[in-house]
Design a protein around this ligand. Structure first.
Ligand code: IMP
Length: 192
């Protein structure tokens, strides 16, 4: 079974390859010659993931899955959410995004947040969704140097360290993305 993962992010591809059944041939955007930016104009993770999967499916004719993730802070009514990558502006750096988040949560006692991932899978005309989330709290300052994005300010429930202070193997095991990918793998295994 050939299936496109609508990303060129090497870290994500490796993570997904480890979890998916080995007889599924995973193709990347590079592999199918897709060089353009994929549309991502939705207001929810579901909409963005589905939009990317449909684009590849319709234009390139492959079965495909795409993911969309972000951080939702409770006190900010779910922000940054779908805007996580560009919270401090278009092309903003992770440092700028984290600084903005910490300043918006300044003096805020409710530090609860969660990372969420939604994967949209298109096989033929049928779309299925797989979701993963991990709850935690936002720290008062950045801690740790592993990972990316908001990892230095997120402490997952049941831990005292941030994602950026954690061994990457452990983070990958418990992360929102890995929970969603696990569900996708179970579905694809059952489909075969
Ligand atoms: P994407 O949809 O997986 O590319 O994620 C969008 C944005 O959400 C990223 O650019 C990060 O800012 C944030 N994000 C998603 N997953 C993580 C994570 O595991 N750690 C830290 N930040 C993340």
């Amino acid at each position: 079974m050939k299936i496109v993962f609508a990303t060129n992010n090497k870290h994500k591809i490796e993570e997904v390859k480890k979890i998916l059944p080995p007889d599924i041939e995973l193709l990347t955007l590079f592999d199918i010659g897709c060089e353009e930016d994929l549309p991502e104009t939705g207001n929810t993770f579901e909409q963005n993931a589905a939009q990317k999967a449909r684009y590849i499916h319709d234009k390139y004719g492959y079965d495909c899955f795409a993911d969309d993730s972000g951080l939702e802070a409770e006190a900010l009514h779910g922000r940054p959410g779908v805007y996580s990558a560009r919270y401090a502006g278009t092309n903003s750096t992770s440092t700028a995004n984290v600084t903005k988040l910490l300043s918006e949560l300044n003096m805020e006692e409710n530090r609860k947040a969660k990372f969420r991932t939604v994967i949209a899978l298109m096989i033929g005309e049928e779309t299925s969704y797989f979701e993963g989330e991990i709850k935690g709290e936002i720290t008062l300052r950045e801690r740790g140097s592993n990972g990316f994005g908001y990892d230095p300010v997120f402490v997952p429930e049941g831990f005292h360290v941030t994602f950026a202070e954690m061994a990457p193997e452990l983070k990958n095991k418990i992360s929102h993305r890995s929970i969603a990918v696990q569900k996708l793998a179970e579905f694809l295994t059952a489909e075969k």
